[in-house]
Design a protein around this ligand. Structure first.
Ligand code: IVH
Length: 676
């Protein structure tokens, strides 16, 4: 923002800027800047208003809950306003102590008074939703909106499988449950991957995806896109005995059938809160969903009431943040990385930036179509996201005028590693190197993949060693690995007698494997761990997999035309068959007919199920897992081949079709007895 002369002008400009970004964030679900930058603007305005109280206006963004109602959705007036909480941006444990001290101070407690009890929870990064139950039935779901008035999103929230339509064991006239709707990281990655492959717009982060889906007018979109929910509080309540402690309230909500996160705890005193903050920080990357902090609440609800509110926020709760998972930085250059399968990925070389708890200087740009769509060019200020174990990615650019003309990035026509031609497969957005094992990039990664823990599990064969083996020309093909002896190995840099002997022993040990692991280790495109296991289970012998026709491959669980074709192409190539033969000759073996030694009973083997509606005690995923574990298959649509349709509440057209075709329709109880 340019320097302005008067504080009044600066305040006006900041307010306009904040309003504009708030509109993009809350109404359009399409923010232009990362949250940290928005927070920075907000704090600047707060500081300015503190310094010049005469500038404070009641309609300043600092004085009200921001958010607006989207055109097309019906407004819902909240019976009890939906407020937000104060955020503690000191991401060190000191932030927790500060909150405890402030509460003790507000309660005028003596320094030696006993510690306060807090409920400590995760701060889910999604959107706040109010679920209104009347006589135990879900009658309405609404967004927060501006806190007073939200939007009616019953149609989309109603598609979320884990939200009960009917509460268990209460018929209270009114029970409003508040919580967060969010998208799990794996669901988000899968959704974006599908969008990317179809050449469609991707979502910036799981929260924007969740918000965009919930606020769709059309519920059918929500139905195809999995969302999750955790309850963390109440709205209006009539005729239900609210437990005296917040922690007890969450227990009670879980008993009613509502999803409540299990990472929560009760902590005594500020030190315990700080320990919770640190413990969850260590776990953050491994969580299946994004969190942007933790929340502390005074556990005793009477004490909460005593503490009350200050301007727009309760004094009894605080959100204690973690380092942001999105930051902006400058795109210094673009390099091409060649993957194990030969895929060429444009990688952003960034001005190093601290994001999600580490310093990031490389991030994926996915493919050239996405680069174009996002309008990213070298020199731009871009937004980088790093969440969990996911590879850091550039999710967009911050709109800013460029200093001069910068050309669009172009993909190279040749592989930067081996010089082979780079081609784009039909119907694919990706360029690939055609060099195969000839390409050192693919050779290294093929070896690393082969040696991986879930593949052949060759302990000690890591990055550095593979690099030396390939760059030194010692290994060109996979089978040569098993010819390595101690004598050859000790010639390598940093390789002592002991490590060499250990590696030879590890190679020897890896020879006893399972067919599933072996198939996975070959690095066949589109054959992941689960598919490899399915192939092993289905065919039982390697030769049968190698000789299987497309039709035979298509009979395997979850194998579609693309996967089947990829397996066929792999085994049609002579050099791949040679590799397999040489590996067998090297002594790799498994029990041909019992590849996975799967001894669990399979009462549902050969049976096909279709799931529809909401089951009372199982999510769709859980039901699917149980059926598959028992040897059954779960299909997406009903046909004459369907053996059973498992129908829950609000089952739709699939149920009608099952009846029309005379397919057996069962409920959850019947499914459970089949499983048993
Ligand atoms: S309690 C009056 N608990 O964070 C207290 N909020 O400003 C109401 N959030 O948008 C909020 N996880 O949607 C609470 N465990 C949690 C939460 C949580 C996420 C969100 C909430 C709101 C914001 C707080």
């Amino acid at each position: 923002m340019p320097e302005m002369s008067t504080p009044a002008e600066r305040a006006a400009a900041l307010r306009a800027e904040i309003e504009r970004h708030a509109h993009r964030y809350y109404t359009q679900d399409a923010p232009e800047i990362p949250d940290v930058e928005y927070d920075r603007l907000f704090q600047q305005l707060q500081a300015l208003e503190a310094e010049h109280p005469e500038l404070l206006t009641p309609d300043s963004p600092t004085q009200r809950v921001i958010g607006a109602v989207l055109d097309g959705l019906q407004p819902v007036r909240h019976a009890v306003p939906m407020l937000s909480i104060k955020t503690e941006t000191d991401t060190t444990p000191a932030g927790a102590l500060k909150f405890d001290a402030a509460v003790r101070n507000a309660l005028k407690l003596a320094p030696d008074a006993p510690p306060l009890r807090y409920a400590a929870e995760l701060k889910f990064d999604g959107l706040a939703i109010n679920l209104r139950y009347e006589a135990g039935r879900l009658v309405q779901a609404a967004t927060r909106g501006d806190g007073e008035t939200g939007e009616d999103v019953t149609h989309t929230v109603g598609t979320i499988a884990s939200i009960p339509k009917q509460l268990r064991g209460t018929a209270a006239p009114v029970l409003e449950v508040r919580g967060e709707v969010f998208m799990r990281r794996d669901d988000f990655e899968a959704l974006n991957e599908r969008q990317r492959e179809a050449g469609l717009k991707t979502f910036v982060n799981p929260r924007n995806a969740a918000a965009g889906i919930v606020r769709q007018l059309d519920a059918s979109i929500a139905r195809q896109r999995p969302l999750s929910f955790f309850a963390y509080g109440l709205g209006d309540v009539q005729g239900w005995d609210v437990p005296p402690a917040h922690s007890g309230l969450l227990d009670a909500l879980a008993v009613l059938g509502l999803p409540v996160d299990t990472h929560r705890t009760v902590a005594e005193g500020g030190e315990a809160l700080a320990a919770f903050h640190a413990g969850i920080a260590a776990e953050r990357d491994a969580l299946p969903f994004d969190i942007d902090g933790v929340v502390y609440k005074i556990d005793n609800r009477a004490l909460q009431q005593q503490l009350g509110f200050k301007s727009r926020e309760p004094r009894w709760a605080v959100a204690h943040k973690y380092p942001a998972q999105e930051q902006s930085t400058q795109l210094a250059g673009i390099e091409i990385q060649v993957g194990r399968t030969g895929k060429l990925t444009p990688v952003a070389k960034l001005q190093p930036v601290f994001v999600g708890g580490t310093t990031v200087s490389n991030a994926t740009l996915h493919n050239r179509f996405e680069l174009r769509r996002k309008g990213i060019r070298i020199g731009d200020t871009v937004i980088v996201r790093r969440a969990g174990d996911v590879i850091p990615e550039v999710v967009g650019r911050v709109p800013q005028p460029r200093a001069g003309y910068v050309p669009n990035f172009r993909m190279p026509r040749a592989c930067p590693v081996c010089g082979s031609q780079a081609l784009r497969e039909r119907g694919s957005v990706d360029y690939r190197c055609t060099g195969g094992l000839f390409c050192a990039a693919q050779r290294k990664q093929a070896l690393l993949h082969f040696a991986g823990r879930r593949m052949m599990d060759i302990e000690g064969l890591g990055d550095k060693l593979v690099e030396q083996l390939v760059d030194g020309g010692i290994i060109r093909t996979l089978p040569e690995l098993y010819k390595l002896g101690v004598v050859k190995l000790v010639e390598l840099e940093r390789m002592g007698d002991r490590s060499a002997a250990n590696l030879v022993a590890a190679l020897e040990k890896s020879k006893r494997t399972t067919l599933g692991r072996f198939l996975f280790s070959l690095g066949i495109r589109h054959v992941g761990e689960a598919t490899a296991k399915d192939l092993a289970r289905h065919f039982g012998a390697l030769d049968r997999v190698m000789d299987a026709s497309l039709e035979q491959l298509l009979e395997v669980n979850d194998v579609g035309p693309v996967v089947a074709q990829s397996i066929r192409s792999f085994f049609e190539q002579t050099h791949n068959r040679e590799v397999v033969e040489q590996l067998r000759a090297a002594g790799i073996a498994w029990d041909e007919h019992d590849g996975e030694a799967d001894l669990t009973p399979k009462p549902l083997a050969g049976k096909t199920f279709v799931l529809t509606g909401t089951l009372p005690g199982l999510s769709r995923e859980e039901a699917k897992e149980k059926i598959e574990a028992a040897g059954g298959k779960v299909a997406g649509s009903v046909s004459k081949k369907t053996d059973y349709v498992v129908a829950g509440e609000e089952a739709g057209s699939k149920l009608e079709k099952a009846r029309a075709l005379g397919v057996a329709v069962i409920d959850e109880a019947a499914l459970r007895s089949l499983l048993a």
